[in-house]
Structures are given as structure tokens and as C-alpha cells.
Design a protein around this ligand. Structure first.
Ligand SMILES: Cc1cc2nc3c(=O)[nH]c(=O)nc-3n(C[C@H](O)[C@H](O)[C@H](O)COP(=O)(O)O)c2cc1C
Length: 208
């Protein structure tokens, strides 16, 4: 079957896209409003986009045409923290994703603990094993609905000592979860290793 997205409505395209691009890591994003109100919400349109300097991107849609609290707070303050979602915080992550008004603190709603960040004002989530303190470097408004594609440079990385092994994070200890289509999620317990092919940069000349 071929599907022309221009023939689908926005909701159909959304449902198709989020079930096609799977599994997606989940950025659990903490921000603060201009007046200091805390905010926490998950975003799975999330990826790393550069390593020098380390930079991530999140894509935040709109609610009834208005910016969501996360994109509004980042526009106002230029700062956010991406906390990586693992099995231990998965339920509370979903709980935080309700359409709460801007003055509602999702740390309080979920019982998660704000821990001080070092380079930005918004706190990180103490229960998360990996947190990335970010400064906004660029926001692009994408598409007819002006979805905010926000690029943030990572200024500080927090990693739980217990999951760090020789400078890399042990996935089996982190136990991250991924977002699938609809309301489905995946665990990361069935890991396979596959080595890339080694190509000789100076292959011997071929016989004529
Ligand atoms: C796992 C998960 C992933 C989500 N990913 C996104 C996303 O990538 N972009 C988006 O705009 N909303 C996403 N949402 C919905 C937001 O979390 C939701 O709209 C939330 O209320 C936004 O909060 P805020 O207004 O405090 O920013 C996601 C929800 C869940 C549960």
C-alpha cells in the first residue's frame, strides 16, 4: 500500500507517523516559567543532532493553537533539562503528560523530586539516572501548526555512577523505555550486538 500524507488529516498522519517511527526515546523535560513555576512533561520527538558541542533536539507541538508550557518556558528562559525515562519512572512520566494548566507543577503531581541543576535554572529529576542540562541554541517553527523544533546545547551531563561503565552508559542497568504507536511502550531488555564492517582504507592493488 502507498499512502500519500497529503490525503490524510493531521490526526491520521500523527497516528501513522508515531507508529512508524519506533521505538522512540523519551525526553522528560523540566523547565521553569518566567516567574519560577516548575514544569515537567515528556516528549518523544527527541534526538541527538550533534556531538561537538553535544546538542539535542525536541519537537513540541501546540495545544489549541497555543504553545505548550514547555515550549513557552524555553522561549521565555532559554533553558531546559532532558531527563532520560527508564522503567522506574515510566508511570509517573505518563502521569505528568496530562493537559495541566501552566501553574500546575508536575513534580508535585507525580511526586518526583526536583534536584538542583548546575548550569541552568530548571531542576533535574532526581529519580532519573541520566539528565542533560541544556541551553536553547535555535528554535525553528515547523509546518502549518508551527511545531517548535528546539535545539539545545548540553552544558552538563548527570549520570548515576551505578550505570556508568568505562565512560559509557550500560543500557541493561539504565533500562530505558521507548514510545511506540498509540499508548504502547517498549522495554530495552532484549539487546543484540552487531559489529560494523571494517573496511581496509588501503586495499592491496588488484591483479591487472
Ligand atoms: C510518551 C509521550 C511522548 C510525548 N511526546 C510528545 C512530543 O514529542 N511532542 C509533543 O508536543 N507532545 C508530546 N507528548 C504530549 C505532551 O507530553 C503533553 O502535551 C504535555 O501535556 C505537554 O506538557 P506542557 O504543556 O507542560 O509542556 C507526549 C506524551 C507522552 C506520554
Amino acid at each position: 500500500m502507498k499512502i500519500d500524507p497529503s490525503q490524510l488529516g493531521p490526526k491520521e498522519n500523527y497516528l501513522l507517523l508515531i507508529s512508524a517511527i519506533v521505538p522512540r526515546p523519551i525526553a522528560f523535560v523540566s523547565t521553569q516559567g518566567r516567574g519560577g513555576a516548575l514544569n515537567l512533561a515528556p516528549f518523544s520527538f527527541f534526538m541527538g543532532v550533534s556531538t561537538d558541542p553535544p546538542t539535542v533536539a525536541i519537537s513540541v507541538g501546540r495545544r489549541k493553537g497555543e504553545k505548550k508550557d514547555t515550549s513557552q518556558n524555553i522561549a521565555d528562559t532559554g533553558e531546559f533539562v532532558v531527563n532520560v525515562v527508564d522503567e522506574s519512572v515510566a508511570k509517573r512520566m505518563v502521569q505528568s503528560s496530562g493537559d495541566f494548566p501552566p501553574d500546575v507543577d508536575e513534580f508535585a503531581i507525580t511526586g518526583l523530586t526536583p534536584a538542583p541543576s548546575e548550569r541552568v535554572r530548571p531542576p533535574r529529576v532526581a529519580e532519573c539516572k541520566v539528565s542533560l542540562e541544556c541551553r536553547e541554541v535555535l528554535t525553528v517553527l515547523v509546518g502549518r501548526k508551527k511545531q517548535s523544533l528546539i535545539l539545545g546545547q548540553i552544558l552538563m551531563i548527570h549520570v548515576d555512577d551505578a550505570i556508568l561503565d568505562g565512560g559509557v552508559i550500560d543500557t541493561s542497568k539504565l533500562r530505558p523505555i521507548g514510545r511506540l504507536g498509540g499508548s504502547n511502550y517498549s522495554r530495552t531488555r532484549d539487546i543484540i550486538e552487531m559489529l560494523r564492517p571494517q573496511i581496509d582504507p588501503n586495499p592491496p592493488p588488484k591483479d591487472p
